[in-house]
Design a protein around this ligand. Structure first.
Ligand code: ZN
Length: 506
């Protein structure tokens, strides 16, 4: 049987998840994510796909984070019109994520075009000035106004303009291709290929993909871990243990690190809140709109209910996070037992008492004058844009404030720079001094750590042990360290595929 996987994203890095599975003449794409982080990474989103989009048979999506679903509308724009399989919750969340992304793509492109036009105009004016002076000299005309008259007679030069990689119309078409599936249900993907989605415990609707490929009597199982969550995370269930696979493709975001425990994370959060309460300051939490924000609010509500934190008002300053919370509220059927029980007893575990939503940007900016102490949750989570940027300008120079990271900060992002101790931040061309406290809590991570990844992989034992474990979705150090551990502790063959590498599966 001829099966291959081509690693087209999240290979050698964390973002841009995209894996092309080829079985004879059938092609299935697992995830179609956006590259994020440094400008070099982001530039990859403009490159054409490595395959003919209209020759794909199906797409299966692990979850709704942008680095897993963000290029789907570009795929549709390139000609793909087949099904996109995902859980119902993922379909709902992906719609929010993709619409927001389309808006940003259009804005980025307009800004880029304006900047290019300005640059080109300045360059052209300089060149024209020099040309005209030379020409006037060559004509030996002693007329100082000649260059000016010649300039006015010339047509404007042309500048290169860019199209957005997709817009809202492309998202509209993408949404019509989605097919929602329940966890555990068998999906007929294409001739000889079926899939089953299992809860990955990472965000609402997140899935581990079990892909079964058949060629005559020959059958193989490939498991894609997607992003794996942690046991005991609020709201959602724990990652599903799987016992059998011929090949496993596993993430390694934290393949070289251990998180603090959830209990330690709670202690650190309580301490951070007490600190800003005492200083009458602001606790600013950059949060990913999908997943982390809902979990943080769940935890804050839990702490408030138990009287473990002072009543500090909370501003939820992310319309996208509010929309995502609505989707969370729409899917109680996939909550964990604890949250389902709270809901049954009449609690509202997805809202903090007295939380305030800020709809408009003006309301968001007005937070700077709110009576303190306050907590503000705003996105983006890695400080790469969004409302958090004007809060940073206000609160970074203020020693009574705390910037609290609760999620992964990608290499090359402002978030990573500040987390690593950067003393200044460049925002909108302004140099901002960092005088506030910078804290990081690792225990709220939505990703399994090294130990947890190993435990999950350890469930494949005996006959179920995979021939190969492909390590993806990690910075090189993390992937390397985890591969070493998989070989040593689990005795499995671990491979770190390179970007665009194709591997034929035995
Ligand atoms: Zn994710």
């Amino acid at each position: 049987m001829s099966i291959s996987i081509q690693f087209l994203g999240a290979a050698g890095g964390v973002t841009g998840s995209q894996f092309l599975v080829t079985v004879a003449d059938r092609r299935v794409l697992v995830d179609c994510g956006m590259f994020q982080g440094s400008p070099e990474e982001v530039a990859r989103n403009r490159l054409p796909f490595a395959f003919d989009a209209d020759a794909l048979d199906a797409v299966i999506l692990t979850h709704a984070h942008l680095d897993h679903c963000g290029r789907l509308p570009a795929l549709v724009k390139a000609g793909y019109d087949g099904p996109i399989h995902a859980t119902g919750a993922t379909v709902d969340l992906a719609e929010i994520v993709l619409r927001d992304s389309a808006k940003l793509q259009v804005e980025f492109t307009e800004r880029w075009n304006r900047r290019q036009a300005k640059k080109a105009a300045a360059k052209e004016a300089d060149e024209r000035e020099a040309d005209l002076e030379n020409e006037a000299e060559a004509l030996e005309v002693d007329d100082e106004t000649l260059p000016e008259r010649m300039r006015n007679a010339r047509p404007e030069g042309r500048t290169e303009t860019r199209e957005p990689i997709y817009d809202e119309e492309d998202v509209e078409r993408t949404m019509t291709l989605f097919q929602g599936a329940d966890y555990g249900a068998e999906i007929a993907v294409t001739d000889g290929v079926t899939a089953v989605l299992h809860d990955a415990g990472h965000i609402l609707g997140s899935a581990i993909i079990e892909l079964r490929v058949r060629d005559g009597d020959d059958e193989r199982t490939i498991i894609f871990s997607g992003d794996l969550g942690r046991d005991g995370s609020p709201i959602i269930r724990d990652p599903t243990p799987i016992a059998h696979a011929d090949h496993v493709v596993i993430e390694s975001t934290y393949g070289n690190r251990e998180h603090a425990s959830h209990d330690d994370a709670i202690e650190e959060l309580v301490a951070a809140i007490s600190e800003v309460r005492d200083d009458r300051g602001v606790l600013l939490v950059p949060a990913f709109a999908i997943g982390r924000t809902q979990e943080l609010i769940w935890v804050l509500d839990d702490l408030a209910r138990d009287g473990r934190i002072p009543r500090v008002p909370l501003y939820l300053d992310s319309p996208m996070a509010s929309r995502a919370t609505d989707v969370y509220l729409d899917h109680p059927e996939i909550y964990d037992d604890e949250t389902a029980k709270l809901l049954r007893s009449g609690e509202s575990p997805l809202s903090y008492p007295g939380q305030q939503f800020t709809d408009s940007v003006d309301e968001s900016k007005a937070i700077r004058t709110a009576e303190r102490p306050i907590m503000v949750v705003a996105s983006s989570g890695m400080l790469t844009g969004g409302r958090i940027m004007h809060h940073l300008k206000d609160f970074l120079p203020d020693p009574s404030c705390t910037l609290l990271f609760i999620g992964y900060q990608g290499q090359g992002t402002l978030g990573r720079h500040l987390q690593d101790g950067g003393k200044t931040a460049r925002i909108d061309g302004q140099e901002i001094e960092v005088k506030c406290r910078i804290r990081s809590i690792s225990g709220f991570s939505a990703h399994a750590d090294q130990e947890e990844l190993e435990t999950w992989l350890g469930h494949f034992a005996g006959d179920g042990k995979p021939k190969t474990v492909f390590i993806v979705h990690g910075d090189p150090d993390a992937a390397e360290a985890f591969a070493e551990r998989v070989r040593k502790e689990l005795g499995m063959e671990a491979v770190i595929p390179k970007h665009r590498q194709t591997v034929t599966l035995g």
